[in-house]
Design a binder for this molecule. Structure first.
Ligand code: PEP
Length: 248
């Protein structure tokens, strides 16, 4: 039985003062929830979040990492550094990283491997652009993104990973995939993984991400293959984030 996972992606938002309030509210509201919870914060705030979340049910995550273990990579952050701050999760291959920072499928696969090598659980983001959806290549794009990781990491690695289906056209736009649209792609992702290993596929948590909010969360999360949410904007408002967690 898969347990739902709701993870906040704070992106490049927050200040020490704002985070103190948001983390305290999330921790207070997290007690007794029947799902897993995480917040993925900007690197400079990992220590602050680690302290605030220690001993609570809320897991800590980061939003990116280097594919390299260490060395002369100015500005980069390694998986073992994230582990030092008790991160459990790291988002890999977010569409903003792919489109704005040129991350290729090969880089995403290397980051996925680096994360797991350090004991982090990667949240692997996949999803199509609006143009790709309108051209009817959604499944081909998602398959290509998944296959690139399977080829490098192997299917067994997905027993220690999370997949997030994030249609790019729904991220930060207020547009949400309909529950049926999202479910169809989630089922496709699970079937694609099942071609390699049915047991791994049945167990993998597949989150939906893209303008999920309290008003649409329950319906999305009631779909059979939607196992949680990766939440951007709504994760910055404690009441909204917690409402989504309760829906899960
Ligand atoms: C995201 O950035 O992963 C995301 C889903 O953002 P939003 O919820 O704001 O669409």
């Amino acid at each position: 039985m898969r347990r739902k996972l709701v993870a906040g992606n704070w992106k490049m938002h927050g200040t020490l003062a704002e985070n103190t309030a948001l983390l305290a509210s999330v921790v207070a509201g997290a007690q007794g929830l029947n799902c897993d919870l995480a917040v993925c914060v900007p690197f400079p705030y990992l220590a602050q979040a680690q302290l605030a979340l220690s001993g609570t049910p809320v897991h800590l995550g980061a939003q990116n990492l280097s594919e390299h273990a260490k060395g002369a990579y100015t500005g980069e952050v390694s998986a073992s550094m994230l582990k030092d701050f008790a991160c459990a999760f790291v988002i890999i291959g977010h569409s903003e990283r792919r489109s704005l920072y040129g991350e290729t499928d090969a880089m995403v696969a290397a980051k996925f491997v680096a994360a797991q090598a350090a004991g982090l659980t990667p949240i692997l983001c996949v999803g199509e652009s609006l143009q790709e959806r309108e051209s009817g290549v959604t499944e081909a794009v998602v398959a290509r993104q998944l296959d690139a990781v399977i080829a490098v990491a192997g299917i067994a690695a997905f027993a220690r990973a999370v997949v997030a289906y994030e249609p790019v056209w729904a991220i930060g736009t207020g547009l949400t995939a309909t529950p049926a649209q999202a479910q169809a792609v989630h089922a496709f992702i699970r079937a694609r993984l099942a071609q390699h290993d049915a047991i791994v596929a049945a167990g993998v948590v597949i989150q939906y991400g893209g303008s999920m909010k309290p008003s649409n969360a329950a319906e999305l999360l009631s779909q059979p293959d939607i196992d949680g949410g990766l939440i951007g904007g709504a994760a910055l408002v404690a009441d909204d984030f917690l409402a989504i967690c309760r829906a899960a």
